[in-house]
Design a protein around this ligand. Structure first.
Ligand SMILES: *Cc1c(COP(=O)(O)O)cnc(C)c1O
Length: 238
């Protein structure tokens, strides 16, 4: 089981590298974040020991339950923990102590709340703006036509630092549709970077691509893939 995680993580890194090289990109431009939802702390520990340096949590409750068990290990290895699930405003205060980055900012109200809570602890929180590039009703994220305005609001917030944009690719068997959603996010990033809006000049990152579609995401410019089942195996049905 333990060695499985290490072997699968190595396989994911090899997939990312091959995908990058096939489009003339440097594999070092693409980070791998492990989506650890539903995984017990022991399994996350194994992944860190196998070299994982970026963790993503979806659920506030799970984060708050497992992060304290791993705090020694994450600190020793410089592991970054991100929040990658839908974040309700009333959970912000519980989540922030355990993360350096929230990837799922999808409304001006959430941005304002994160800014206020970060200010209270005199810190700067890294964030991504999540965009619903596929327009699927089941997905969170700001609609693409509102994405630029939200990046400007985040850029103007004193205690937030905009790292880039995040999306979940279209859920489609048609590769062209999946690629469209990733290319759309890359176009939006160009618009942000050329906007000249305060606080947006560093927003170079694209968090996109998961176990099933990371090749398409890397081809479209992903700088961070978020991988769960390819490393941990299929999730139990909830
Ligand atoms: C679970 C999850 C992932 C990883 O998905 P897999 O298909 O298991 O690789 C990536 N991003 C988010 C937001 C997730 O919730």
């Amino acid at each position: 089981m333990d060695s499985d995680v290490a072997v699968r993580l190595a396989r994911v890194r090899a997939r990312v590298a091959a995908a990058a090289l096939s489009v003339g990109r440097d594999p070092a431009e693409v980070d791998v974040l492990l989506a650890v939802k539903t995984q017990p702390a022991g399994v996350v520990r194994t992944a860190i020991e196998a070299g994982a340096r970026l963790l993503g949590h979806n659920r506030a409750q799970e984060l708050v339950a497992t992060a304290p068990l791993l705090v020694d290990l994450t600190a020793a290895h410089g592991v970054e923990t991100h929040f990658i699930g839908h974040l309700q405003s009333n959970k912000v205060g519980h989540v922030l102590p355990w993360v350096t980055c929230v990837q799922t900012v999808d409304s001006p109200a959430l941005a304002a709340r994160l800014d206020r809570v970060a200010a209270r602890s005199e810190r700067v929180l890294e964030v991504f703006v999540q965009v619903n590039t596929s327009a699927e009703a089941t997905k969170n994220g700001v609609p693409p036509q509102e994405a630029l305005a939200l990046t400007y609001a985040v850029g103007a917030a004193e205690h937030l630092r905009l790292r880039g944009l995040m999306t979940i690719g279209a859920n489609s068997p048609d590769a062209a549709v999946v690629r469209d959603s990733f290319e759309h996010l890359a176009m939006l990033r160009s618009a942000v970077l050329t906007s000249g809006a305060p606080g947006t000049a560093g927003a170079r990152e694209l968090s996109m691509g998961m176990s099933g579609d990371l090749e398409h995401a890397v081809a479209a410019g992903s700088t961070m893939v978020r991988v769960g089942s390819a490393v941990f195996g299929p999730r139990p049905q909830r």
